[in-house]
Design a protein around this ligand. Sequence first.
Ligand code: ZN
Length: 446
Amino acid sequence: MAIKLEIHATDPEVISLVQRYWAMNEECRPVEKVDALLPFREILKSHALAGFIRTQCTAFDENQSCSICGCALSITSRSEVKRYKQHPLSPCAACKAVLDEARRVSEAEAQAELERRVANRIGIVDALTIRYDAVPDDVALMLLALDRAVAPRLVGGCFTYRDCHALAPIWVEEFVDRLWNAKVLSDAPRATGAAAYSVKDEGLSYYSNRIKFSLVPDEFLGAGTEAFQEFIIRPYTDKKRLLALWYDYAVVDCMAYLYDQCEEHRLQVPPTKLNEIKSTVYTALKFFSVAEVWCMMWRVVQNTASLSNRKYYTREKAAATMPGKLLHQFEAARKGNTELTKYQRIKSLPAGMLGQVFNEFYGLDEDTDSVVVIKLFAEESQDRNEIEAKVDAKVRALMTAALENDMAAAVMFDFAELIRNGAGISDAIEQIVEVYAVSSNSEVEV
Ligand SMILES: [Zn+2]
């Protein structure tokens, strides 16, 4: 018999009932039907009888064994009886209790370790300071925009990634992370407690939907409104960093447009092609305004959508052609083979506080021509020897790459055009290096 009984009852009639109920034949099927055992005293129904029997004994099926100690597993109804020996999969109640306890202990230890590390982190964060007057201009400008986006929580408060959504049209996390990396923001473990963190390797990892941030105080002035004035009144002079920030912001403004249009046509920007698309947008912004790049993107999405409706094409296959289409649009516009018009901003994608700050400080927006941007942030004239020394390595690498790729004439043409449009010499060289590093796909080591 495959069923072993542990009978708790002492009443002989009950004992006999339990034995009859669980009696199995050689094929492990019940010898008697439940109906044959009824009525038993005041019990008239089969499920009531099964319930009563459960209280009077524990049944073990020898065909089912514990995956740990190998003992027979307890079962509660005749339908659970197995006819053949089973491969052991689950532990018995006793082994499970041991396992549960071990898990509970290890979880408690892990939680204690997490709390210890978070407490340690609180100590580190409490001691953080920075010199506000040493913060680079692009970081300071982002802070001004962030202050508006999370007002009034930047000075003296804390905020989550989600609280920053008004900073830029999309990808605000990237800007917040830049501020975090620049050490002007820190995480705020005192505000979130351990719930925002997990243990990772020797340190901590965080949950992006739970983590909070706060402004790191100035070494001498603290983190109050007065200290924050430094970012409002400082002269913003590092044009190179400000220009780079503008391009980063403008790329995000363009990508927001692309995502919006793709969504409208139920297309997905392929994640593996994202960097390729961003590189082309970055390059295109050296020659066109944001609103003109929107025009390119609109065309790319229209073409992709109509391609996706063609026979033998799927949405995914069509979407994979987007980077190539964008590059084609850009090159056609560069060569004057197609006219771009300035497209309107989509109402649901406002410029964000970073766009607002650029507009207030420098009059820039999506319609600003690329040459105006370049002129605005062009470096002041420097000593010739100084400029030559600065650009020497880059020019050498650029010339080599241009000759190797048979692009020497195009390089000279674009360089002349940038200068004619008002770019400084070293700026123009830097931009040409970027353009030809992207379009020729060759390494330009500088
Ligand atoms: Zn066991």
